[in-house]
Design a protein around this ligand. Structure first.
Ligand code: OOB
Length: 542
């Protein structure tokens, strides 16, 4: 395995192989098999563009060959920051074939995140959209990052036309065959990024074996098959639309992926009708917009069978509106890039679908719900969810110290989620004991943003907490103790933007205080800060 990654102990490896969870398949081989099986059938549609299984297979080969000629080898890390385009698939499958490891950045990541991803993983290449995407100039970002990152030999840009000075990916495809690379199921296929609760994001190594197993199980639970049409609304680099069952599950099943460039009803509803979409996935705020949007628009949703909602808690009240509004089954999805994914089942009772976040997709998933002393709570009580299983990692990449805290001695991942079990054994997410804000599915590690703010010369101390929000579920609120000069909130926001922090991490609200409330042990009490902001918001409403 890639150095810096923790593998499963040998008895677990044996168990997961004996039970056929891990079948030794790799993504490179899967695409080849699907191309043989489905040939001219369309694999991915994006606007007016489409690519068949056969073409995707060829294009991935040619790109792998070209990347290989430029020195990209097995185990090399490549930061991939692409929107929902066909190139995303060609790039990922080319890298899978080479045994190189895509580090899947989100399109919203900026200098602060990207420079860290490239530097920490010692990435050899960074792949970006060539033209401005969503108003952002990735070329300038890449220029700066490459100047500062010694390992970064290549920046490749996708799309038509290229005045950046970087090499166009289109010129890398090479029809001479690549030198075959031995890639095994146990190799790392890709790096997902953790939502995180500490100062810096963590890298999540997912192997071919474990990730493909998660696709197989997801496909079974979500009843994916060759007739499935999955519409990707969320950015495909994220674990949910990538693998639960997402775009990769769809390709595994021989179905068709439809890429949407946005999530608004105006973009997605006509696409559902036109492409006869059968399944799609979203975070709760998008579901809310859809539920409102459907009131004033008439489209044919009859092809839509499953609407998945996950990434953050979906309220029971909203959940109840899905079936009457769209005539399809709601599926709640509670997952994490580290592994474990819970689904409500398509034939579950309405009560389970409305009120719970599902149950683990695999019978080999082990879960424990524990109190602060790591003792299992009694049935129905709330506690922290710990998990281990055939597709849950045993450690983050090169993060020994952090791993010692995030995993138990016997390999359970501490999710930081507070959950309880319903009487049917389904999980209900109650809250969280990690220092994170879940802003409509986008995760913000409080400490990461606090560290940026502590670099501000006029701030003495900072503490960031969540505050309730009717649309996003939560937003972030930064409490600050200023020094002599008190900066204005807009100065602070600009400061963070100038440091290249992704926009969704910039605090929604800023509150100045003289001191922080403390716990009896003298630590800043985030609980009391959360109460303070709720009280302030309630007072304002009255
Ligand atoms: C998904 O993955 P991540 O890595 O962005 O975030 C994981 C965390 C969970 O630990 C939990 O705190 C929260 O997001 N979460 C939910 C939830 N789904 C995720 N909290 C409440 N209700 C839910 N339904 O978010 C992710 C990965 C794969 C599939 C789906 C979501």
């Amino acid at each position: 395995m890639l150095s810096g990654c923790s593998t499963w102990p040998s008895d677990f490896v044996k168990k997961y192989k004996d039970t056929q969870c891990w079948q030794g398949e790799t993504f490179g081989e899967i695409l080849r098999e699907r191309a043989n099986l489905y040939g001219e059938r369309i694999a991915v549609t994006a606007g007016d563009l489409q690519i068949s299984y056969l073409e995707l297979d060829h294009r991935a080969d040619q790109l792998a060959s070209g990347l290989q000629k430029r020195g990209i080898q097995k185990g090399d890390r490549v930061v991939v920051q692409l929107p929902n385009t066909i190139e995303f698939f060609e790039v990922c499958f080319a890298l899978f074939r080479l045994g190189a490891v895509p580090v899947l950045a989100l399109p919203t990541h900026r200098y602060s995140e990207i420079s860290y991803f490239c530097g920490f993983t010692a990435a050899v290449a960074y792949i970006i959209p060539g033209s401005r995407h969503a108003g952002f100039d990735y070329v300038s970002l890449a220029t700066k990052v490459q100047e500062e990152t010694a390992s970064l030999k290549h920046v490749f840009v996708t799309g038509e036309g290229n005045e950046s000075g970087f090499l166009s990916l289109a010129n890398v495809y090479d029809s001479s065959p690549m030198i075959e690379v031995q890639v095994s199921g146990e190799d790392v296929a890709l790096f997902q990024l953790s939502g995180g609760s500490t100062g810096l994001p963590k890298f999540i190594p997912r192997t071919h074996n474990d990730y493909i197993y998660s696709l197989r199980m997801s496909n079974e639970v979500c009843q994916m098959n060759v007739d499935s049409v999955y519409m990707a609304v969320l950015p495909v680099a994220h674990n949910f639309p990538l693998s639960s069952p997402g775009v990769l599950g769809t390709l595994y099943a021989g179905g068709r992926v439809v890429l949407s460039s946005g999530s608004s009803p105006d973009e997605t509803f006509p696409l559902i009708e036109k492409e006869r979409v059968t399944i799609t996935a979203m975070v709760p705020p998008i579901a809310l917009i859809w539920l409102e949007g459907v009131k004033t628009r008439t489209f044919d949703f009859s092809s839509l069978k499953v609407l998945q909602v996950g990434g953050a808690k979906f309220s029971t009240e909203m959940a109840k509106r899905v079936k009457p509004s769209f005539g399809c089954t709601l599926q709640q999805v509670f997952g994490m890039a580290e592994g474990l994914v819970n689904y409500t089942r398509l034939d579950d009772s309405d009560d389970l679908i409305h009120e719970t976040q599902g149950r683990p997709m695999s019978s080999y998933d082990e879960i424990r719900i524990v109190d602060e002393e790591d003792q299992e709570v009694s049935q129905g009580e709330a506690g922290e969810l710990l998990t281990r299983g055939p597709y849950t990692i045993r450690g983050y990449y090169k993060a020994e110290e952090h791993n010692a805290r995030s995993f138990t001695a016997d390999g359970f991942y501490r999710t930081g989620d507070i959950v309880r079990l319903s009487k049917e054994g389904y999980i209900i997410v109650e809250g969280r004991n990690k220092d994170q804000i879940n802003r409509g599915g986008e995760k913000i590690a409080a400490e990461e943003v606090e560290n940026h703010l502590l670099a501000h010369p006029d701030l003495l101390d900072v503490s960031i907490v969540s505050m309730p929000d009717s649309f996003l579920g939560e937003r972030s609120c930064a409490f600050m103790i200023p020094r002599e000069n008190r900066p204005t909130p807009s100065e602070i926001r600009r400061f963070l933007q100038d440091r290249g922090l992704a926009a969704y991490k910039i605090p929604d609200r800023i509150e100045f205080v003289d001191k922080f409330p403390k716990t009896p042990l003298g630590k800043v009490s985030k609980k009391m800060l959360r109460q303070m902001i709720v009280e302030k918001m309630t007072l304002k409403k009255v």
